[in-house]
Design a protein around this ligand. Structure first.
Ligand code: BGC
Length: 329
């Protein structure tokens, strides 16, 4: 009996002890959570207190609600300042992320360029609003070659691929002629499982594909696809053939070309004089085949001689030492 009375205060003490221990544990856990939140950059202390612990934007919808379908191409040639004023939401270097959702695609547009300021103005004035409506995380890279060197579209595309990859973790690369303006924003600038030829139907070609293996004009490839095929060839100076060689590389690596239908993948081509054709392009294509398409990203050597981050685009100018097969070089 006496023993039972004796044990009563001890039971009360041990119960209090357990209570204190639980309180202490709860306090320590709470402190750890608060400090964890304070040191987590994505979830700073203040926002954690006020907004809950998530500042991450939701993923953008599969189909952007901002798409309008067919668009009228704006062919006026505004002043640079006017175009820049149209796009205050751009980050320097022609980069953009949708403000209210996390983009599904990180896309670099690579635009090979030579002395076509008017086309560049029209292109940028149209393409930014087009890409914004598609809710992409994108950047526009205009790549130019030193004037004394004959134009080489493919080499510039390789340079753009490498330089844009240094700036951001782009997954998708759209190689884009400056004189082609898309006419329908359902033509999404993303990269599917297979390389995508995008300029399927061009007004100057009566909206018809000239031949089924064509891969020029506008085309999209993932980073992996570009690395797999070793990029574009570097030896195609002058007009033509480089896209046919890319088609051969795609085929050689058991990839295929995908396309949207011609009612969506429609483009307006701006008037221009065609560059001088490269008469050696067919021989070059044969020689690339013999060498298993080994000339490309792996053998590319270039020097960046100019880089400017403008509001509407990143401009990169390069020079190369190896100029093969061009008279006078
Ligand atoms: C050239 C290609 C060009 C195509 C369409 C071909 O002869 O080799 O580079 O894209 O014509 O104009």
């Amino acid at each position: 009996m006496l023993g039972a009375v004796d044990t009563l205060p001890r039971a009360v003490t041990s119960c209090r002890c357990r209570y204190l221990f639980v309180c202490l544990l709860a306090f320590v856990v709470t402190q750890l959570l608060i400090f964890g939140a304070m040191f987590n950059r994505k979830c700073p202390y203040v926002s954690w207190l006020w907004r809950g612990c998530s500042t991450k934007k939701p993923l953008c919808p599969l189909i952007s609600p901002h798409l309008v379908g067919g668009v009228e191409v704006e062919t006026s040639v505004p002043a640079w300042q006017t175009i820049e004023d149209n796009y205050p939401m751009l980050q320097n270097g022609g980069r953009y992320q949708p403000p209210d959702c996390e983009a599904r695609h990180r896309v670099a547009l690579i635009v090979p360029f030579r002395d076509r300021d008017i086309h560049l103005k029209i292109f940028l004035n149209n393409i930014h609003s087009f890409l914004m409506r598609q809710q992409l995380d994108y950047g526009i890279f205009v790549i130019d070659l030193e004037e004394s060197i004959p134009f080489n579209r493919a080499l510039l595309l390789n340079v753009g691929f490498l330089e844009a990859s240094k700036v951001h973790d782009y997954q998708c690369f759209v190689f884009h002629d400056v004189d082609l303006i898309p006419e329908n924003d359902h033509n999404t600038y993303s990269c599917p499982e297979q390389p995508r030829h995008m300029s399927v139907a061009i007004d100057k070609m009566n909206y018809r594909l000239p031949y089924t293996t064509i891969f020029g004009g506008v085309s999209a490839m993932t980073k992996e696809q570009m690395l797999t095929v070793n990029g574009y060839p570097n030896k195609f100076f002058g007009w033509g053939g480089e896209d046919d060689e890319m088609y051969n590389r795609i085929k050689y690596h058991n990839l295929t070309i995908s396309r949207y239908t011609g009612d969506v993948a429609r483009y307006k081509m701006l008037a221009h004089r065609r560059n001088q054709e490269n008469p050696r392009r067919f021989d070059l294509i044969k020689s690339e085949k013999r060498q298993n398409h080994s000339d490309g990203l792996s053998s590319l050597e270039y020097r960046v001689i100019g880089r400017v981050q403008r509001r509407l685009f990143t401009y990169i100018r390069v020079s190369v030492d190896q100029i093969t097969g061009v008279p006078g070089h």
